[in-house]
Design a protein around this ligand. Structure first.
Ligand code: F0G
Length: 353
């Protein structure tokens, strides 16, 4: 066959684009739903990973961006703008480049992972580093977009972003032939949990799935406004992608939690880093720290009994580990340096030559 056609074509009946629009796509979506054998054995539940780092720019943001930039181009916008902790900006810059539009990205100065900044540079974004956090950047992006029709705001407050991102739920159901019992997600600005829940509800309403999953969202402990019940002024976490104090999709996240009988809780940076290392070293799945919050939440809810044994669960791992090389390298041990000699290799490995 011709291969995966991108999510707008794959779900043409469920993701609306303007009639006659040129679809701006990098063939995003169609990502692996990977059985996690080691995690499943250890935890006594059946775990799948939805590996969103396999998208064209290395995160789930591409799902929303193909739709948002398709709309922006169709209506004659000349530029797109977004606030970002790094992944949205990388994705917006890539899709804007593909569409021939200008992209402007507002990022918190010094607080985005280096791989994401490298992407924005490579794709040719106008990079604006703000002396503030993500929440400040989003306010600036909203205000700027409101001043002119020529600039499209492509944060997830743009509802077409959610339309694209909901397709991940469709893909999971299409593979499993059902919804999982529980779906685990990291939560930052809360667009993604809102989108998954919308996707599951649509499939349920149309009879594609018989039962809905429970949605389990996890924030970082230093950036957990939804858990605390109020905005956090100075959010902080090693998981910079979810360093957000005032989520734009607050009510969407609470709706997903309450309607699904789920929960939104928090995990510490240490729990996040433990899950981060476990995923790479036992499953071969290298994710960025924020992504590991879903798996940290899985481990925590198994340990405290909130997740029933034997459950079928999906953890979305939202972004590729290469996004944040500095975190990975912080775990590097003393390098082993050898002369060019075979016996030095066997010695170093403790083998008998
Ligand atoms: N995981 C990663 C890797 C992210 O980049 C984000 C959000 C999330 C999880 C949380 O998703 O915001 O929908 O709850 N990143 C945004 C950005 C904020 O600017 O790239 P959410």
């Amino acid at each position: 066959g011709a291969g995966w056609p991108g999510l707008i074509a794959a779900y043409a009946d469920r993701v609306a684009v303007p009639p006659g629009a040129r679809v701006v796509t990098l063939l995003e979506g169609g990502t692996p739903l990977l059985p996690a054998h080691t995690l499943s054995d250890r935890l006594g539940v059946q775990v799948y990973l939805k590996v969103e780092g396999a998208n064209p720019t290395g995160s789930f943001k591409d799902r929303g961006m193909t739709v948002a930039v398709t709309h922006a181009l169709a209506r004659g916008a000349r530029a797109v703008i977004c606030a970002s902790t790094g992944n949205t900006s990388a994705s917006a810059a890539a899709y804007a480049a593909r569409a021939g539009l200008t992209s402007a990205v507002l990022i918190p100065q010094g607080k985005i992972a280096s791989g994401k900044l490298a992407q924005a540079v490579a794709y040719g974004a106008r990079i604006l580093q703000v002396e503030g956090n993500f929440d400040d950047c989003l306010e600036l992006a909203r205000k700027t977009a409101a001043t002119t029709d020529e600039i499209e705001l492509v944060n997830s407050v743009n509802p077409v972003r959610i339309e694209g991102q909901k397709t991940a739920a469709f893909e999971i159901c299409d593979v499993l032939g059902r919804a999982p019992d529980v779906h685990f997600l990291p939560v930052g600005n809360a667009g993604n949990i809102t989108a998954y829940w919308k996707g599951y509800r649509e499939y349920h309403a149309d009879g594609v799935i018989d039962a809905l999953p429970r949605m389990f969202g996890f924030q970082a402990a230093g950036a957990a406004p939804l858990v605390l019940g109020h905005p956090v002024r100075d959010p902080d976490t090693i998981a910079t992608a979810i360093r957000i104090g005032a989520p734009a999709s607050w009510s969407g996240a609470i709706g997903a939690r309450d309607e699904s009988g789920g929960l939104i809780d928090m995990v510490t940076d240490d729990q996040i880093l433990d899950a981060y290392r476990l995923l790479a070293s036992t499953e071969g799945v290298f994710v960025e720290p924020a992504s590991a919050a879903s798996v940290a939440g899985l481990t925590a809810t198994v340990a405290d009994g909130r997740l029933p044994a034997g459950s079928l669960v999906v953890c979305t791992v939202t972004g590729n580990g290469l996004k944040d090389p500095d975190t990975a390298m912080s775990f590097m041990t003393e390098p082993v340096v050898l002369p060019v000699a075979a016996e030095a290799v066997t010695d170093a490995l403790g083998l008998t030559g």
